[in-house]
Design a protein around this ligand. Structure first.
Ligand code: GLU
Length: 447
């Protein structure tokens, strides 16, 4: 197979689906060499099949806002690949959600889930519903209307949604309530990220951020660097950034920046426990403004409008917000300010130019599908607990999460070590995930 040929066909077929094309291109470029050593993959047209989702559900979601006005949004579920397990992946509620965005996320999820070592296929879903400024009641009515359409496309052995941007514990609760009413079954395994008293795994909310820091720790260790005392810049202030801030602080690093769509908060002395707790208040307010941190902690956090986290001098950059949030210019600014490591926590958080810049300028870089896999891995652990009707203690979940992240790091090293001894984590993650899914597809025949 030639990446160029496949990309030319996809570009002609989906000319407007920029994020999807970007995600596919990155994976195909990484795997081309290995793929071509396996004529059996080529014969079974594995790549041509793998880049297309198994199916996409699209539905209208109609709900009534607090003023009594009828609102209509679009809802989607992209069931991408089920070669190694039932479809698994989050739901994103954000005004910019399109099929292209969910296709890219579902595609990435397929490889990410393969890296976790757990039996989960790839999926993603969501809606162009914008939670910003919505009341709690509006969020509930929207979630209920969304589930009214989705419920019979999902199931504990079929497709298991979870949270993503704009969908956290509260939304999963409302979604599950409606699912239970419609299905007339207490199937907790149908969604992950549930509340702790009704089937949710302990540490699931923290898991993406914790896992990202475990991965970062192993990556730095391999490079002979101690994370202690290092300055960390985070983007976002949602669930993922929150977990990352807790674990980074616990490991002895200093979180000096968090950011939002409105700008950045510089925290010169490092984020404190109170401030980390306050991130949860900010998320629950649906205001989507990081400036609130500077208002609440005027002596500790200093807000600059319109600036990104990457403008604050740091050693380690952790994009935790949205795809393509870090550009090549940002990468240059980070380097100029002394940054030596960027671990992508958001899905496809770095633009291709930024990744190339990091890789060519001696900055350690690892991609989201490896770094952030701790979230979905802990969802996998939640599914196991649900299936066994038990719940594990925090120490047990944390130890399993840590060992999964260690194994993901090892897979990246195994498949990404270059002839000169350096490690290409992008290649490593893509090849490791691809080989597992491709082999399973091959063994299951032409379907
Ligand atoms: N949305 C998260 C991700 O991007 C979690 C998905 C899940 O737990 O299913 O991996």
């Amino acid at each position: 197979m030639r990446t160029q040929d496949i990309m030319a066909k996809l570009q002609a077929k989906y000319p407007l689906e920029k994020e999807y094309l970007q995600a596919v291109q990155e994976v195909l470029e990484s795997i081309e060499e290995v793929y071509n050593q396996h004529p059996e993959f080529e014969q079974a047209k594995i790549v041509e099949r793998m880049v297309e989702p198994d199916r996409i559900f699209t539905f209208r979601v109609t709900w009534v806002d607090d003023r009594g006005e009828v609102q209509t949004n679009l809802g989607y579920r992209v069931q991408f690949n089920s070669a190694i397990g039932p479809y698994k992946g989050g739901l994103r509620f954000h005004r910019a959600v399109t099929p292209s965005m969910l296709k890219f996320l579902g595609f990435e999820q397929t490889f990410k889930n393969a890296l976790t070592t757990l039996p989960m296929g790839g999926a993603k879903g969501g809606s162009d519903f914008d939670p910003k400024g919505k009341s709690d009641d509006e969020i509930m009515r929207f979630c209920q209307a969304f589930m009214l359409e989705l419920w019979n496309c999902i199931g504990p052995d079929q497709d298991i949604p979870a949270g993503d941007v704009g969908v956290g514990g509260r939304e999963i609760g409302y979604l599950y309530g409606m699912y239970k009413k419609l299905a007339r079954q207490y199937n907790t395994g149908v969604l992950t990220g549930k509340g702790g008293t009704w089937g949710g795994s302990i540490l699931r909310p923290e898991a993406t951020g914790f896992g990202a820091l475990y991965f970062t720790h192993h990556l730095l260790e391999k490079a002979g660097i101690d994370i202690k005392g290092k300055k960390v810049a985070l983007s976002g202030f949602g669930n993922v950034a929150w977990g990352a801030a807790i674990k980074a602080t616990e490991l002895g690093a200093k979180v000096v920046a968090i950011s939002g769509p409105d700008g950045v908060c510089h925290i010169p002395d490092g984020i404190t426990k109170d401030m980390i707790d306050y991130m949860l208040v900010m998320r629950a307010s649906n205001r989507d403004m990081v400036e609130d941190m500077a208002t609440a902690y005027p002596d500790k956090a200093f807000f600059t409008a319109g600036k990104k986290a990457w403008s604050i001098p740091c050693d380690i950059a952790l994009p935790c917000a949205f795809q393509n949030e870090l550009s090549e210019d940002d990468a240059k600014e980070l380097k100029a300010n002394g940054c030596f490591c960027c671990c992508e926590v958001s899905n496809m958080g770095c633009q291709p130019g930024a990744i190339q810049y990091f890789q060519h300028n001696g900055i350690l870089f690892a991609p989201g599908k490896a770094v952030n896999a701790g979230g979905v891995a802990t969802s996998g652990l939640e599914m196991t607990q649900n299936a066994e009707h038990i719940s594990w203690e925090a120490g047990e979940v944390d130890a399993k999460l840590h060992s999964i992240m260690k194994s993901i790091h090892e897979q990246c090293v195994k498949f990404g070590t270059q002839p000169d001894g350096s490690i290409d984590y992008v290649k490593g993650a893509n090849i490791a995930g691809f080989m597992k899914v491709a082999q399973a597809m091959l063994e299951q025949g032409t379907i």
